[in-house]
Design a protein around this ligand. Structure first.
Ligand SMILES: [Zn+2]
Length: 395
């Protein structure tokens, strides 16, 4: 039988629990949040949540529905607002939150996401799906797509700091947009919880909040697979990104990379068609000549001559973009004409700016610590720990 004394004791114990849980919340400073567009311009998305969940209007914070299990439901655009299965809600944005993950299915592909997921009706009457979560958790869903989870821990930590810095830079640059980054190669490939691995998560936790700074601002810490001997000056690709840590350095550590050398045989007709499709006038190609290279040996200009003697001068950057950045893997190559074909013999993979991932792997294998590797690839930058309470816009 409970008497008054017992009740008091029970209340006291409860109070301790409540205080303890508040203390945990206050101490959990996991840094700023990031918004990722995980699906764009779609007509339907399937949402599923297992565990305590809530569906709400993020603008008014009004709860629309809650429960313990949200069975797979297709979300579409209704006459006015959004449809959850057959139920219509007169809102153009709905938030799905689950204590565990939110499972999102697009075109029969399902992925699990931490944080919460918003489905938004866009002005063109399509759906946009945004995942919002802590940057730390976002990086955990990125690393697996960038590096092998079997690489040395120091190389994984290098990637964690670079990816986090790049993400924070994007958050700052996207204040007026609906989202900060996309989940594809135009930002960093992000696969949600399905992409998390034990060792990559360790690397994120082991560098918690650490970002690269230069002159008081977050450094856009670009990276690429393999530089092939010298990293690129960011100014060559993005004239506005002229920063001394991104001016390019000589790298001897990526020689073991499977991408150090590459070769590609292409049909001249195929190159001509791609150039023509972009409105560049050139006939049947007779010759492709490299006429100018920069300090990192990457190609500045090419002159393409057709059978009629007509010439086209094109930048190495544009040529690679038009032919295909994964066909011509880098901008450092030479060309050998072979009749109707030509051979490209090149070095490296990627734009070449910032950290060389295979070089970082090489340095880590030789025993370098992650901070030394970061200083090598981003000379002059420093590491700073950013907390959630810090205003990211200030950087
Ligand atoms: Zn390298």
């Amino acid at each position: 039988m409970l008497n008054f004394k017992h009740l008091n004791l029970l209340l006291a114990i409860l109070l301790i629990f409540v205080q303890a849980s508040f203390a945990v919340e206050a101490a959990a400073d996991n840094g700023p949040l990031i918004r990722i567009a995980i699906a764009k311009d779609i007509d339907a998305v399937e949402i599923q949540m297992t565990g305590a969940y809530e569906i709400l209007n993020p603008l008014t914070r009004e709860s629309l529905e809650s429960g313990m299990k949200f069975t797979p439901t297709v979300v579409t655009k209704g006459k006015s607002g959004l449809m959850l299965g057959n139920k219509q809600f007169a809102v153009n944005r709905i938030r799905f939150y689950c204590r565990r993950d939110v499972t999102v299915g697009v075109n029969n592909k399902e992925r699990r996401y931490r944080g919460f997921v918003d489905v938004v009706v866009t002005p063109n009457n399509k759906l946009l799906v945004i995942n919002q979560l802590e940057v730390e958790d976002y990086i955990k869903g990125v690393l697996y797509h960038e590096v092998s989870n079997r690489w040395p821990m120091e190389a994984l930590k290098v990637q964690a700091v670079a990816a986090r810095s790049y993400a924070l830079y994007q958050i700052k640059a996207s204040v007026t947009r609906d989202f900060d980054v996309t989940n594809d190669i135009y930002s960093q490939v992000y696969g949600g919880r399905n992409s998390e691995r034990y060792r990559t998560n360790l690397a994120v936790d082991g560098t918690k909040g650490e970002v690269l700074m230069f002159q008081g601002k977050v450094l856009p810490a670009y990276f690429h697979a393999t530089c092939g001997g010298h990293t690129e000056n960011s100014k060559e690709l993005w004239p506005r990104e002229s920063l001394s840590p991104l001016e390019g350095i000589r790298c001897i550590y990526c020689r073991e990379s499977p991408h150090y050398f590459w070769k590609r045989n292409l049909q001249l007709k195929e190159i001509q068609e791609k150039l023509n499709a972009k409105g560049l006038k050139i006939g049947l190609i007779d010759d492709i000549a490299v006429t100018q290279r920069n300090r990192s040996e990457r190609i500045l200009t090419l002159i393409i001559t057709d059978k009629q003697g007509q010439q086209l001068t094109i930048s190495g950057k544009d040529f690679r973009e038009i032919v295909g950045p994964n066909i011509i893997r880098s901008n450092n190559y030479y060309v050998v004409m072979q009749g109707y074909y030509c051979d490209f013999f090149g070095k490296g993979w990627g734009h070449g700016v910032g950290m060389c991932q295979w070089g970082a792997q090489g340095m880590a294998t030789q025993g370098y610590h992650y901070d030394k590797i970061l200083q090598f690839y981003y000379p002059g930058s420093t590491i700073k720990v950013i907390k959630g309470s810090d205003s990211i816009r200030a950087y």
